[in-house]
Each structure stands twice: as C-alpha cells, then as structure tokens.
Design a protein around this ligand. Structure first.
Ligand code: DOR
Ligand code: ZN
Length: 437
C-alpha cells in the first residue's frame, strides 16, 4: 500500500478531452494532474504510452460465494474484476442462501469486507413477502426482481406482487425481464429439442418484450425508478426508443449480446453460450449497438455469471445459464476503439459514468481532483489472446477463449492501491462497500 503514487507522462481520458501529463494520487484520492508535477511520492510509475480511464464499474455480477462457491467466490470473482479493469462491482442476490433479508445482507457484507479486492455493493432480491424488510435496508443499489425464472429461485411473476413492489418502495427497481408464462409454454413445446440453439426460441423476443412492457407500465404508473437488466432483442430496443422516460427508466446491455450471435455462437460454444436472456441473431446485436450509441441503452454490464465446466457440459436442458464476463468486457471494448468502432469517451460513458449517474455513486466515474483514486490503466497497443488457463475467475473458461484482442488493462488501482499489475494480483488489498448515501 502506498500513501502516494505519481504516474508520469500518462494519457488521461477526461470527460471531453484527452491530455498527457503527471497524475498524483494521495490517500486514496486523485490529488493533482498537470503536464509536469514534482510532488514527492512513495511510488513513481512510468505512464508513457499508457492511458488512464476512470475505474470501470460493473453493476451486474454474480460473485456467488457461500453455498455456490464451487462456481465463484468473492476472492476469485474480484480477482477477475481487478484483472479486467473493474474497480467496483455490484453483486446480485440469487446466491445460496439468497440475499432476501437484512440478515443475509449483513452476512455478505461481513464476508466481502474480508475477501473482496475491489469496491462493491449488494442488491437485495424481492420475494412475495419481504418488501417491508427490504425497504429498511441502508446503502443498497436497488431491489432485483426476477420476472422470469433463472438461476436460483427468486421468480416473482404475479401481477399483484409486482404491483405491490412498484407501489410500495422508493428503492431503484431492477428487473430481469422475461415473461415466465411464455418461457413455460415454449419449454413444453421444445421439450424434445436437444440443441442449445433452441434456447433463443424458448426465451423468445416476445418473452422479453412482454416483460419489459409490463415493467415500464408499472414504473410510469407509480412513478418509480426502473432499471432494466440485459436487453437482448431488437424489438425491445425499438419499444424503449419510444417509451423510455429520461430520469425514470434506464437499461443495460451485456458484452455477450453485443459480440456474440446465433447460429455461430451456439455452433461454436454449445451450452457455454447458454445465458438468460439468450444470445440472439446478428440483427439483434446490431440493434443493440445502435441502441447503445444513441443512448436508448445507458451502459454495459457484464452479468458475470460463472458456472463450472462440469455443469456446462451437461445436456442442454440440464446445463445452467450464464457465462463469466469480468475479464473480457474491457478488452473487447478497447479492441472496438482500436478498430475505430467507438471512442475512449464512449468507454468512459458506458463503463463508468452512466453507472455513476444511474445509481448515484458519489466520487467515482471521473478522473477529477478530490475523486476516489479508482483508475484503470490500459495499454492500447498490447495484442493478446483471451486464454482460459490465464483467467482469474474460478470457473476457468470464457466464451471468448482464443479471440485476439488489442487493448488490455495493465494496472487497476482501487482507492489509491494497486490491486492488479501486468498479470499479478495483490490480494492483501481490500475494497470497500460503495457509499451510496
Ligand atoms: O444467464 C444468467 N445467469 N442469467 C441470469 O439471470 C442469472 C445468471 C446466473 O446467476 O447464473
Ligand atoms: Zn444476472
């Protein structure tokens, strides 16, 4: 741990311009930036040829732990975050035990303080009868509702239950939007199909659109803040383009839906491409990119959802849904910058700033004097293959294994501490719970 770090000659991506100079971090904060600084520092780093961006924030991860620690845990999951350039992660409640009470939240907090290497926050999961208790929770980013069934058993698809939540909470509501009835009908219809490509037929575009329409209607009716998780379908983007109300409704997209599409992804990856909601067609991916560019989709979240290889190689109907994403999201995006498809300002917006705006996270998302020294330093020239055996995530695989990408994080700084540097993890560094109040 260093009390102060001076990074010389580094390129910094600010909100609207890029500058090269010296960056001084002290006591966990950004203290100064100028073309030449002479401050005494415990550690002086050469930044020449490297680029600093605000630490990336992933507001949708499944760190598992507890009874699901065979898949992932706080330590491995946040090692993956650090290696992937993420300085803050928000963890989902479909764990075992599920995070559906203040007690379960307290347990997570206690364990995370000892094991998380980056900053973190915890969602609570809504059930039929826990709203009164959840409303008392302090400092949580939001309440998650599974409108369609997925990993875990937090399904909440009854209209009256949904109404009750939208009516009676002032917390941000996050929805996994897939219509359970449509999923069930299609599951029956395609019961005998064994090929994973049927996944997109079972969890159809209609299933997503119907649930999104329902949630948007409730948010407008009760005037509640709604965040829609992992949008996948072209039709949903079109609907949101018309119906999304600024300041009330936000939406996210995942790398797997931007970068992978059927039939190729299913042919190549089998069940390793099985995620909820599913990977769809090229037409959908293209529409998602458009939605991201024009702001219909606010930001990127990974939905890092590791499962073991043993589970994933089971038959289609048995294999669980989900894939890891923390270590590939940023390189995938930096590679897009290198190929001229988006800019570093887009990266700042889609991986830090719009998360900060959506969740009201103070002192993060920008490289500014007095802000937290959460920084991701990237080398835009490094070209490397995604390689399963080099990953930090406990599950040990990636859907992007073998893909050559140019632009990689080389250092991740959390609260002024170097937690990742060129392949090495410094796991004596611990993150903190994000202060959302
Ligand atoms: O693919 C998914 N995996 N979608 C979800 O909704 C849950 C996640 C998980 O926790 O495995
Ligand atoms: Zn998820």
């Amino acid at each position: 741990m260093y009390e102060s770090i001076l990074i010389k000659d580094i390129e910094i991506i600010f909100e609207r311009d890029t500058q090269i100079g010296d960056l001084y971090l002290q006591n966990g904060q950004v203290k100064a930036f100028d073309w030449h600084l002479n401050f005494p520092a415990e550690l002086v780093l050469k930044g020449k040829g490297l680029t600093a961006i605000p630490g990336c924030i992933d507001t949708h991860v499944h760190l598992r732990d507890f009874d699901l620690k065979d898949k992932e845990d706080f330590n491995f999951g946040t090692r993956a975050a650090a290696a992937g350039g993420f300085t803050t992660v928000f963890d989902m409640p479909n764990t075992q035990p599920p995070t559906i009470s203040l007690d379960a939240l307290a347990q997570k907090r206690q364990k995370a303080a000892a094991h998380c290497l980056v900053n973190y926050g915890f969602y609570l999961g809504a059930t039929k009868n826990n709203l009164t208790e959840l409303n008392k929770a302090q400092n949580i980013p939001g309440l998650k509702i599974f409108m369609g069934s997925s990993t875990g058993n937090l399904l909440l698809d009854q209209e009256s239950d949904l109404q009750n939540i939208f009516k009676n909470t002032d917390k941000l509501i996050l929805v996994h939007a897939e219509d359970e009835q449509i999923i069930m009908e299609n599951t029956r219809k395609y019961m005998c199909e064994q090929d994973v490509s049927v996944h997109a037929k079972i969890r159809s575009r209609e299933a997503e659109l119907k649930a999104v329409q329902k949630a948007v209607k409730l948010a407008k009716l009760y005037h509640k803040r709604l965040h829609i998780l992992h949008i996948t379908a072209a039709e949903t983007v079109a609907f949101l383009r018309k119906e999304k109300v600024a300041g009330l409704i936000t939406a996210e997209v995942c790398p797997q839906h931007l970068f992978l599409h059927g039939p190729e992804a299913y042919e190549k990856l089998g069940n390793f491409a099985k995620v909820n909601p599913p990977i769809r067609d090229q037409r959908d991916s293209m529409t998602l990119w458009q939605g991201l560019k024009d702001g219909v989709l606010d930001f990127i979240a990974t939905d890092h959802a590791p499962h073991t290889i043993e589970e994933k190689i089971k038959s289609y109907h048995e294999a669980p849904s989900g894939m890891p994403g923390l270590e590939t999201a940023l390189p995938l995006m930096l590679n897009m910058v290198n190929t001229g498809k988006c800019s570093m300002y887009d990266i700042n917006k889609w991986l830090s700033q719009n998360q900060v705006k959506t969740f009201g996270i103070p002192n993060k998302g920008y490289i500014r004097r007095g802000y937290d020294a959460d920084l991701t330093i990237v080398d835009m020239k490094t070209k490397r293959k995604v390689t399963n055996r080099k990953l930090q995530t406990k599950c040990g695989w990636s859907a992007f294994d073998g893909m050559t990408l140019q632009g990689w994080p080389v250092m991740t700084i959390v609260n002024g501490n170097i937690v990742y540097r060129e392949g090495d993890i410094f796991d004596q560094i611990k993150g903190q719970e994000v202060n959302l109040t």
